[in-house]
Design a protein around this ligand. Structure first.
Ligand code: ADP
Ligand code: MG
Length: 252
């Protein structure tokens, strides 16, 4: 008897590769990768610098055409995408609330509705009281919360996060893990997140894809079967240690 999967994937990545012209036969950034992602799955991508992780996210977001292969979304729909980068990239002359309404303005959402939705996001990411602040008055962690709110405000089907906490100090980063985990549970989003951190990947993900050095290929597809919700405690369990060791061995 064949076992039927209970949930079918929403995102299909097939034979994807990226070669950048370099005047010397081309720089092979991303090898050939094939994987699929289920709805509400949290997938982390881990791998050495230059292994094509950001390139993969840019292809998934439709910002860059792949050299080979395809990205298909369930029902051949064009998914709505939320993207968060390592730097918050906020508009310095806009307030927190005005930065968050930006994607809605681009979709011509009426101003009242946009502000209402942005306020909900402010609450979700825990920035109440800072709606009228300017980016220069925010800490790095707060700026990333705004970036996360901006990425979520138009209710994307797919959330792409490219080392979003890479520029934060260790304590702030760990606080952001808990926050992101809570937001992900509340909003039920499908997430693909690039990270350098094994602990971050294991704290957040359902699955971790480990990339080889350039051209990046999938070396390991690891199921993270740690119970949720995950607290700090999970990081001191034997099973966490075992999964961390498998990731470390795959990276090395
Ligand atoms: P990662 O995010 O895993 O560190 P990237 O996807 O940013 O890696 O880059 C993979 C490789 O492709 C790197 O060697 C990088 O220099 C190169 N690269 C990325 N974007 C471009 C581009 N637009 N033009 C030329 N080379 C690029
Ligand atoms: Mg990168």
């Amino acid at each position: 008897m064949t076992k039927q999967p209970i949930i079918s994937p929403v995102l299909f990545v097939r034979d994807l590769s990226a070669v950048f012209p370099d005047g010397n036969g081309g720089l092979h950034a991303l090898g050939t990768v094939t994987f699929s992602v289920c709805p509400r799955e949290f997938v982390c991508v881990l791998g050495p610098s230059g292994s094509g992780k950001s390139t993969l996210l840019r292809i998934l977001a439709g910002l860059l055409p792949p050299t080979t292969g395809s990205v298909a979304y369930e029902g051949n729909q064009q998914p709505r995408i939320g993207f968060v980068f390592q730097q918050a990239n906020l508009m310095p002359w806009r307030t927190v609330l005005e930065n968050i309404t930006l994607p809605l303005e681009m979709e011509n959402t009426p101003a009242d509705t946009a502000r209402q939705k942005a306020r909900e996001m402010v609450e979700l990411v825990g920035l109440e009281g800072f709606e009228a602040s300017l980016p220069r008055d925010l800490s790095g962690g707060m700026a990333q919360r705004v970036a996360l709110a901006r990425a979520l405000v138009h209710d994307p089907d797919l959330l792409l996060l490219d080392e979003p906490f890479g520029s934060l100090d260790a304590l702030t980063r760990e606080r952001m893990w808990t926050e992101l985990s809570r937001i992900w549970q509340a909003r039920q989003k499908t997430v693909i997140m690039v990270t350098h951190s094994i602990s971050e990947a294991l704290f957040l993900a359902d699955r971790v894809l480990v990339f080889t050095a350039r051209p990046g290929k999938i070396k390991l597809d690891l199921l993270v079967d740690l119970p949720r919700p995950r607290s700090d405690e999970v990081r001191y369990t034997a099973h966490f240690g075992k999964l961390a060791r498998r990731l470390k061995e795959a990276i090395e």
